[in-house]
Design a protein. Structure first.
Length: 293
């Protein structure tokens, strides 16, 4: 059976982009996994999968690797290609800092200066992101990791605590009431975090070359609330989608606002009597023609 990761549509040659950005001879590092962009990854970010891969160097991930597929790698690298001499990106739901590390490394390899911002609700992943940025040679003035929840407006959110690492599907509770906050603290099952508006995150930057969004089902609400900021400042957006309904809603919102869809791979479904279940998230890459004509 052919991999679903071959089934994408794009306006550019995503595989050519990936091969062009691939580092010729990534160097292996003891205890770490190294990928095709010469980014070193601590197996602790996903121990069950990555521990046996420590010390290895991955090739170009076609059609996919343990984390992403042609569609996502290609779309994110497309944003690097469209950037000017400085590459600035924001990763929402950054986990261990996957995309800020990878796209930062790709942009740096082309001679671009970089500014990298990650927003993550899980404190353990935020710590791993700090370590990853240092491990991969980014200086303190090139990156910022925010332990909070990206949103359209300010407020307070609850984020589930996890014991270790490896759970990528945790969802926040937005606009938590004082009673919900009190109950969350008493239960010990949630962290109380600030909701950080996208306008605040982008305030010090004239242009964001790439906004990477992976926020576990909140894509439509976030894009709707932040569309004015995105129209004004974001050149390219890569969005992980979690249902076909969300995909259709994003088509309407972003196409209606004049964005150009350049990459699309639909979510992979499993059909059950109870209804369709998403087994693999979908992916969309959109170009803002105001900033990238």
């Amino acid at each position: 059976m052919q991999s679903p990761f071959w089934h994408y549509a794009s306006t550019f040659d995503a595989q050519e982009v990936m091969h062009r950005h691939a580092v010729a001879n990534p160097r292996p590092r003891e205890g770490l996994l190294v990928n095709f962009l010469d980014v070193a990854i601590d197996p602790e970010v996903l121990p069950s999968v990555l521990t046996p891969m420590a010390g290895l160097v991955e090739g170009v991930p076609i059609p996919a690797n343990w984390h992403a597929d042609i569609a996502e790698w290609g779309a994110a690298l497309r944003a690097v290609d469209l950037a000017g001499p400085r590459f600035t990106m924001i990763e929402l739901g950054c986990g261990w800092g996957c995309w800020v590390n990878n796209m930062g490394a790709a942009a740096r390899a082309t001679g671009r200066d970089v500014r990298l911002i990650g927003v993550e609700g899980d404190s353990k992943y935020a710590e791993l992101a700090h370590a990853a940025m240092a491990r991969n040679g980014f200086t303190d003035d090139q990156w910022t990791i925010i332990n909070g929840i990206a949103a359209g407006t300010s407020g307070t959110a609850l984020f589930p605590r996890q014991v270790g690492t490896g759970d990528w599907g945790l969802e926040p509770v937005f606009d938590a009431t004082e009673e919900q906050q009190r109950e969350a603290i008493e239960s010990g099952a949630f962290n109380v975090l600030p909701m950080v508006p996208l306008r605040d995150i982008t305030a010090d930057h004239e242009r964001i070359d790439l906004l990477h969004i992976d926020i576990q089902g909140g894509e439509t609400a976030f894009v709707s609330e932040c569309l004015d900021v995105m129209n004004e400042k974001v050149g390219y957006v890569v969005i992980g989608t979690h249902t076909r309904q969300i995909e259709g809603e994003l088509f309407d919102i972003l196409s209606g606002a004049g964005w150009i869809l350049e990459m699309e791979r639909p979510a992979v479904l499993m059909l059950t009597e109870a209804g369709p279940i998403t087994t693999v998230d979908g992916l969309q890459g959109w170009r803002n023609k105001r900033l990238n004509p």
